[in-house]
Design a protein around this ligand. Sequence first.
Ligand code: NAD
Length: 430
Amino acid sequence: MAKAVNSFAAVQEEIRIAVKQLNLDTDVYEMLKEPKRSLSVMIPVRMDDGTTRVFSGYRVQHNDALGPAKGGMRFHPDVSLDDVKALSTWMTFKCAVVGIPYGGAKGGVICEPKSLSPAELERLSRAYVRATSPILGPDQDIPAPDVNTNAQVMSWMMDEYSAIAGHNAFGMITGKPLIIGGSLGRTEATARGVVFILEETLRTLGRTIEGISVAIQGFGNVGSHAAKILYDKNVKIIALSDVKGGIFQTKGLNPYKVSEHQALTGSVVNYPGAKTISNAELLELSCDVLIPAALENQITASNAPRIQAQVIIEAANGPTTREADRILESRGILVVPDILANAGGVTVSYFEWVQNNMGFYWSEEEVNRRLGEIMVQAFHRVHLHMTKEQTSMRAAAYLLAVKRVAEAMQIRGWVSGKSTRQDKVKVTAR
Ligand code: NAD
């Protein structure tokens, strides 16, 4: 992760511009520029060798005007409070852009999960919930998986929270296994949403998905499922990567086989018959579509001039810096922003929570159908607004999302809303 770029400052700037363009009062900006609540915790964990290690963790709730705060849990050595603030802010606008009744939150623990034993990971997950449980809950703040967390971590967290609450609280977290209230289709949901968005994007460009070439950075939950869904639609996956490096094959890779290789060796690298490339090289390959699905700040001012894809679908959160955005826009490369492109995960998390609350579970077909409806409608709302406002797709998505959150805050009496003093909101040029 390029630490020089502060993603939180970047999203604050997006908010400032949207508030100004919407002619909203400065109090809207004041409410949205910082999270409503940030909790920092120290988490002591007994290690297998009998020693105690103290981990730092965060849970940040950016805004809950539209509903309970919602957002993933990240376990990563580079987690910082500013990163978690940025991620929670994106969640607020992501939920607003697809129109689901949630606010935004995010959590993180500074750790290298690969260096922890399963028992240590379980104790860390449970201890995190004990430290943050006063602000979690199905009506308050609902975590989910993010980088380096999965259904098993969600299960431990749900179990610990249920023990504290004194009853089963399945709806306090999403991304659970099916056996304890998970939803069919949740594991692949973010990737499936990315593919719905890609198909709609191509449609507006007068193209179809079949036969296009795609490069995907990141072969984790989102990247690997996106690769497989695309492969099944006859898309040519020319490059894939993970943290250890990338692989490239002009005639196209079979992601199912790459998954098997990754399971055996721990990486996509050295996949038989493919050329080894770096993550940086992957981003600059000649292809129709680039899908960043790893971490923040991968496309920057230094590599944006060399990107050759015609369309970028942001499966990761915050993969493009503001400077890179400007360069790509001037080069006519269409960037479909993260808050729209990767909203499939939170949308099916919402379905999971709805099913937990009802105690009635849907078929996978129903989940995928409802997901498709929401993603396609959201895409066209944003695309229409982009055309109407003659702006970037990211700016259009922020305009729609900020307007929605501001309206909820105004009607709840948190802010006055319409500005008579917009001159107080200073906007720096994009
Ligand atoms: P993951 O941990 O399952 O996978 C991350 C992948 O990125 C792995 O292949 C890892 O090796 C690779 N990676 C890590 N650091 C890298 C680096 N410096 N360079 C290149 N590759 C690197 O995580 P995920 O759940 O697939 O999330 C990926 C992105 O998608 C993140 O930005 C996350 O916030 C976003 N996202 C995830 C979901 C979800 O439902 N999981 C939903 C919305 C957005």
